[in-house]
Structure formats: structure tokens, C-alpha cells
Design a protein around this ligand. Structure first.
Ligand code: C5P
Length: 375
């Protein structure tokens, strides 16, 4: 709290019932110079209304330390105290600094809940190693206060430039039907696009996500439109294009589609089958022609000659930035949680982003994009 105050932020503190066993609300009230929220049922002085106003107004919502219990409640939408209720109600970006015993942190249930929160767009400030409250040494120790304050400060600062932006993101593969049950598609999981949508939302942007079929949940506060084919994606993108100030075309749009869709499920032919394929509409190239002042970001997945091909695509499709993936490496990229990319701009600048989780790569891509945001 002190460090956030030092950074010029106004801090309102809420304590759970268990936290009050460690520190009294009075101490926190004296330090924060605000009434401490300790009981959601406390209506004295109209605080229930204040809570609603706070949920709307807060620039960030930070839970430190976040216990296994709180993480479990957040991941499952349980709202049985002020913090868990506030989490569901607030529009503010959420950061959590987990702190718990190492065995608890490694438990599959906690891992699953953390993954789920990350997918929902919560920023997780990783715990470090150290002496834990239980006396053991290991991972699970809450990140240092300075590190938490820095993450919060960074997020609040970034939201200055992103709050006024309308970001349109496409993600996932498309499916091009052969008949009623068969289709052509690709190995895209949608993770990169979803991570970009979540990161843009965390920075306060208004985000629309147009998604091909994936197994991912929509990040919190992001408006998702589901599509299946390249043609459906094209129509949805063009419909949402007008208000957009930033367009990130990260979907792995199928390059080909069957020229004719057969009805029903034709029986298997013993001698095999020939497919007559047409190319799909190039959505990105079409956006490039109509982009106006918008910031347009394209992607390229290549197995060789990455840079040269990416530069050629950037020019041909008239994008401002192009994020190039080397998809020949099995361990990263498609279907993986991790990625390593090369970001090119139209002035010949290039930035290499080293292998990292896609959530981290998404943050770095937006950091680069920030310099090109339309005013
Ligand atoms: O030409 P290539 O498919 O490699 O270009 C990749 C970029 O173009 C990606 O941003 C992808 O989303 C976009 N694209 C598209 N429509 C297509 C094919 C690709 O928007 N039909």
C-alpha cells in the first residue's frame, strides 16, 4: 500500500475475515486514510453504494496475497465475501499476487484455477522462492511488495494510452466445410489472439474478439463473436471494423475452402476422393486497403525464410506491424502455450521477442504497438 501511495495512487483497502486475524482494519485505515472495507453487509454511511462506485471507478484491483482459497473462489465465480464479490463486479484490471505453501501451489486444483484466471485476463504476479510461513523453503512466497507495486504502476500507466482505443482482435482457426460433418482446418489453438484480447482489455481498451472454433473461454470484459468459416470471419470483421482504432488479425484463416459444400454426409468412397479447393478471401489484405488511420497488425506463420516472407506480407497487405512466427519448431507456436516471434514495422524496424508464454508475448506486442497507436 505504501509503495502504491508513493507512486501517486490512491489506495482503498478491503480485508477479508481471515486477514483481520493478521492485521487490524484500524491500522490499514490509518495508513490508507480511507475507511477500510471489512464487512460487505455493513450498510452504515451508504457503503454499499460506495462499493458499487468503487467497482466502477478503480483503476486496478489487486489481491495480495491471493490465497489458494481466494483463487479457487475467483476461478469458479463464488461470491461469498467482499473480495470475491468485488472481483465479479468490477470492470477494473485485476492483478493477483499468489502466496501459499509450495505443495498447495503445485496442487493440480490450484494450477488449474490459476490457468483459468489467466485465461480470464487476470494478471498473475508470480510468487518467488523463499521461506514460507509454514517454515519450509520453496516456491509459493508472495512476490516482493516492490515487484507488485511496479506491476500495478505499469498497468495503470499503460491504461492511459489504451483506454480510448477500440481494439478488434481475431483469433483461432477457421473451419471450411467439405460436407455436413467434415471440414478443412489447421492447428491454431487461438491462444495468441485470446492473450492479446485479454491484455488489451486489462489496459482498459474496449475489445471485440472475433473467434474461430476454439476451446478457450472469452476473457473477462471482452465482447466475443464466434464464427466458423473464413467468409463468416470476413463478414464479422467488416461489421465491427468501423469503430475499431486497432485491428489485430491473429486468426489462422484457412487458406483454402472446398469450392462446393456437399449436403449431408456422403458415404466413404473406396477409391478415395478429390477435393476441389478455392482460396479464401484474404481478410487482412482487404483491411489493409481500407485501414485509414487505424493501426493494423498482421501475423505470419512460416516454416522457412521467416523475415523475408514476413516483410513481403507486411508490404503487400499494407499492415503497420507484422508478427512473424516460425512454426517449424514443434515445441512452440501452434497448439503451444509458448511462442517466440519477430515483430516488423513498415519503416524497417524489427524486434525479436524471445521464447516466453503467449501471455507475456502478448504484453510485449502491445508494448510495441503502443508507439503506433492512433491519437
Ligand atoms: O498470407 P498469410 O496467410 O501467410 O498471411 C497471414 C496473415 O493474413 C494473418 O494475419 C492472417 O490472419 C491473415 N489472413 C487473412 N485472410 C486469409 C489468410 C490470411 O486475413 N484468407
Amino acid at each position: 500500500m505504501r509503495r502504491l501511495q508513493e507512486a501517486g495512487l490512491d489506495v482503498v483497502v478491503a480485508v477479508t475475515a481471515n486477514a483481520q486475524r493478521f492485521v487490524t482494519p484500524l491500522t490499514l485505515q490509518a495508513l490508507s486514510r480511507h475507511r477500510v472495507i471489512s464487512n460487505p453487509w455493513d450498510l452504515e454511511g451508504g457503503t454499499d453504494i460506495e462499493h458499487v462506485a468503487l467497482a466502477r471507478r478503480a483503476a486496478a484491483f489487486v489481491i495480495a496475497p491471493a490465497t489458494a482459497n481466494m483463487i479457487g473462489k475467483m476461478a469458479n465465480g463464488i461470491a461469498d465475501d467482499f473480495l470475491s464479490t468485488f472481483y465479479l463486479a468490477t470492470q477494473a484490471p485485476v492483478l493477483i499476487a499468489p502466496g501459499m505453501n509450495d505443495k498447495m501451489l503445485g496442487h493440480p486444483a490450484v494450477r488449474r484455477n490459476l490457468d483459468c484466471l489467466m485465461e480470464a485476463g487476470v494478471e498473475i504476479i508470480d510468487p518467488g522462492e523463499g521461506y514460507l510461513a509454514c517454515g519450509d523453503w520453496g516456491p509459493g512466497r508472495m512476490a516482493e511488495p516492490a515487484q507488485i507495486a511496479e506491476a500495478v504502476g505499469r498497468l495503470v500507466e499503460k491504461s492511459e494510452s489504451w483506454r480510448s482505443q477500440h481494439v478488434l482482435v481475431t483469433a483461432g482457426p477457421t473451419q471450411e466445410p467439405i460436407d455436413h460433418v467434415r471440414f478443412i482446418s489447421n492447428r491454431s489453438s487461438g491462444r495468441m489472439g485470446y492473450a492479446l484480447a485479454a491484455a488489451a482489455r486489462r489496459r482498459g481498451a474496449n475489445v471485440t474478439l472475433i473467434s474461430g472454433p476454439t476451446s478457450l473461454a472469452a476473457p473477462r470484459g471482452v465482447y466475443r463473436i464466434n464464427v466458423r468459416t473464413a467468409e463468416e470471419m470476413r463478414r464479422a470483421v467488416l461489421e465491427a471494423f468501423d469503430p475499431a482504432t486497432v485491428v489485430i488479425q491473429s486468426a489462422a484463416v484457412s487458406d483454402y475452402m472446398p469450392r462446393q459444400v456437399q449436403t449431408g454426409k456422403p458415404a466413404k468412397q473406396r477409391g478415395g476422393m478429390r477435393l476441389d479447393l478455392d482460396v479464401t478471401p484474404d481478410i487482412l489484405a482487404e483491411l489493409g486497403r481500407r485501414k485509414g488511420k487505424r493501426l493494423l497488425i498482421g501475423f505470419a506463420a512460416e516454416t522457412h525464410d521467416l523475415k523475408r516472407k514476413a516483410q513481403e506480407k507486411l508490404r503487400r497487405k499494407k499492415t503497420d506491424l507484422l508478427v512473424a512466427n516460425n512454426v517449424s519448431r514443434e515445441e512452440i507456436g501452434f497448439e503451444s502455450e509458448r511462442n517466440a516471434v519477430l515483430v516488423l514495422d513498415s519503416r524497417g524496424r524489427e524486434v525479436k521477442l524471445a521464447e516466453a508464454p503467449k501471455t507475456r508475448i502478448a504484453e510485449q506486442i502491445l508494448d510495441i504497438a503502443e508507439e503506433y497507436l492512433p491519437s
